[in-house]
Design a binder for this molecule. Structure first.
Ligand SMILES: [Fe+2]
Length: 230
């Protein structure tokens, strides 16, 4: 058994100077008002959904090693009321793997990415609370369409995948786009993300998503988390 995580959560996101955060927040178009575009005419893509995509995390090898040590200690189970979907390390989503185990390398990488994501979205970094769990997809497993409720941010890190064992798909949060032939193609429907080891995705918790069935013999394992800011 690995030793307990020494840090007390909630912890603070990686510190970015207030000066830097303010500078970023005032660059470009401010959130809210629509400014005259530099290019005229111009299409304003209002109400878009920000998805953060880190192709391969820093310290990939170290992060993989830390998770590999934890996997044998995890008791994976299905949630019976969901039917035969996929295996989880938690039943109530109150678990925090970063508190239970020393997954420090991945925690630092998530903090770094969250901070950069927040700066991009002009939201000043602040302390947050986190829960996290592991998900396992054997052959035939899938993820029904769901969302993470009022979680401010959610995320997933791909630990083990062959890239063909279940795409993640996000559904448009604005289904009204599907009522317009003009908007349906670009703004409606769903979008797939092919899983890849070392990839970290961040997205708002309200966004509906699911995982396609794993039709391969590979065991697909990912680590998911929810974040709530103070
Ligand atoms: Fe999810």
């Amino acid at each position: 058994m690995r030793s307990k995580h020494k840090n007390n959560l909630p912890f603070e996101a990686r510190k970015v100077s207030a000066k830097e955060a303010r500078k970023r927040a005032t660059e470009g178009n401010p959130v809210g008002d629509i400014e005259a575009p530099g290019q005229n005419p111009h299409v304003h893509h209002l109400f878009t959904t920000p998805i953060w995509h880190q192709k391969r995390v820093k310290n990939f090898e170290k992060i993989q090693e830390e998770i590999e040590e934890v996997i044998p200690e995890i008791d994976f189970n299905m949630i019976e009321t969901w039917g035969t979907t996929h295996y989880l390390s938690t039943k109530d989503f109150q678990q925090d793997l970063f508190r239970e185990y020393m997954l420090d390398s991945l925690l630092r990488e998530i903090q770094r990415n969250v901070t950069d994501y927040l700066i991009e979205l002009r939201f000043e970094p602040r302390p947050f609370q986190m829960c996290s769990w592991l998900t396992k997809f054997e052959k035939g497993c899938y993820g029904h369409i769901h969302n993470h409720g009022t979680s401010d941010l959610s995320g997933v890190y791909y630990y083990k995948t062959n890239g063909k064992d279940g795409d993640l798909f996000f559904q448009s949060p604005a289904p009204g786009h599907g009522m317009s032939k003009v908007c349906a193609a670009s703004c409606g429907g769903s979008r797939r993300y092919i899983p890849q080891e070392g990839v970290l995705l961040l997205f708002p918790g309200f966004l509906d998503h699911g995982i396609h069935t794993n039709d391969t013999d590979n065991t697909r394992i990912s680590l998911s988390f929810n974040i709530r800011f103070q």
